[in-house]
Design a protein around this ligand. Structure first.
Ligand SMILES: *Cc1c(COP(=O)(O)O)cnc(C)c1O
Length: 402
């Protein structure tokens, strides 16, 4: 397997992202089956990996899309996601984004503040349309995950408190231009504990019951994303256990369940390959310098996130090393204290679990070209994004040279 990967990576060069499409299919099917017996739609969170071919692969399986910008909505539609399976979330939306989403007639806009609701109403009015909306409720639950990816506490910028949500639903229900069809929560990412999800679902389901009691008929119950994955030795939530607590919470309610997994679908489908440039030792400390960098895969630098790193097809006694890129920042590392054998120029390293929030967070810092992306499906590899070139990078600047 490792030697096969070496041959495959040599074909495309490094740094390189490779995604296993069969794994993505398997994840989708596992989760979808866990929802069996209930009306449900899986809205893949496009921000995790927004490559058109990745979205298309999921769309063909029946997935919808959860988008956080109009760019992502366009990607979803380009990739063939049915418009009635697209939701547009996010804490801030420009008027032109709202307008385009309404014109495209997507399933719903997910709102995160009263001010946003008023903007959506104005834009809908100008278009003479009724906007289907849901409201993101912040249930004030500690998801017990990394503070940067925790979103379900009042101290976070996301969603609105229960009382505010209720007032917003009452307002929207009376408005000619708003149709409150959904409710939403998303308490954080990389969740490995079921209890916070359960608590949030119960709180939000109770709100739905009280809304139904005043004739506000919520049709879509969106439980957000955030299901955790294994990066090292995490114990994750089984799909069946996850859906079971949701089924329990919505008991007796006639709703379609939406869920918005990103990481769950793609994180462990992806690997990032990088070649060794050389090794160096500074005052007894070993560094392995590779051709990939924080601009390609930011998670270690941004969150101090752990990614398993292995040498591909290199044997030998291992010692501890920091794996670092060429970018001019001390924060430019993929792993610290990684056990690796002695490495030579062009030896290949694989950084595992890089399918989510990898390429989508890539930048051109240090005028580095973004890596190529390759899909592996039924044993066949194909490019799904060309390696960027210097010309691609300067295209929008060159004409302004004097
Ligand atoms: C980021 C995000 C998701 C996806 O999160 P994952 O942890 O990748 O599953 C889902 N819904 C919303 C609203 C998000 O912001």
């Amino acid at each position: 397997m490792n030697m096969d990967m070496k041959v495959l990576v040599e074909k495309y060069g490094t740094p390189l992202y490779v995604y296993d499409f069969d794994y993505i299919e398997n994840r989708y099917t596992t989760l979808k089956e866990a929802f069996a017996g209930k009306k449900s739609l899986i809205n893949y969170a496009v921000k995790a990996n927004s490559n058109l071919s990745v979205i298309q692969h999921l769309a063909k399986l029946g997935a919808g899309a959860d988008c956080v910008s109009i760019g992502e909505v366009r990607r979803a539609m380009d990739a063939g996601v049915d418009k009635y399976k697209i939701i547009f979330s996010g804490v801030g939306k420009r008027d032109d984004e709202i307008r385009e989403a309404l014109e495209k007639d997507i399933l719903l806009l997910n709102l995160e503040s009263e001010a946003e609701m008023k903007r959506v109403e104005m834009v809908a009015k100008a278009l003479g349309k009724e906007a289907r909306i849901s409201i993101r409720v912040n249930p004030n639950i500690d998801p017990q995950t990394h503070p940067y990816i925790s979103t379900g506490l009042h101290e976070n910028k996301f969603g609105v408190e229960i009382d505010m949500a209720k007032r917003m639903y009452i307002y929207a229900n009376k408005s000619e231009f708003l149709n409150p069809v959904g409710i939403h929560f998303h308490i954080g990412s990389q969740l490995t504990k079921l209890e916070p999800i359960k608590e949030a679902a119960v709180i939000v389901a109770d709100l739905v019951r009280s809304l139904k009691a005043i004739k506000i008929d919520i049709k879509f119950f969106d439980v957000g994303g955030g299901i955790g994955v294994v990066y090292s030795d995490e114990v994750t939530i089984p799909a069946e256990a996850y859906t079971q607590v949701i089924f329990e919470a919505v008991k007796g309610l006639d709703v379609t369940l939406l869920c918005e997994p990103g990481r769950y679908m793609v994180a462990n489908a992806g690997a990032f390959f990088t070649s060794v440039l050389y090794e160096k030792v500074n005052d007894g400390k070993r560094f392995v310098i590779v051709d990939g960098a924080m601009n390609d895969l930011l998670r270690p630098s941004l969150y101090n996130a752990y990614h398993k790193i292995e040498a591909v097809g290199v044997e030998g006694e291992t010692t501890s090393a920091d794996v670092v890129g060429p970018v001019c920042e001390s924060g430019d590392f993929f792993g610290k204290g990684v056990q690796l054998p002695a490495l030579e120029h062009n030896d290949l390293l694989v950084i595992q679990s890089a399918g989510a929030y990898g390429f989508t967070m890539a930048s051109n810092y240090n005028t580095r070209n973004k890596p190529a992306e390759v899909a592996l499906e039924a044993g066949v590899d194909r490019v799904i994004r060309k390696r960027e070139t210097y010309e691609d990078q300067v295209r929008l600047e060159r004409e302004y040279l004097k």
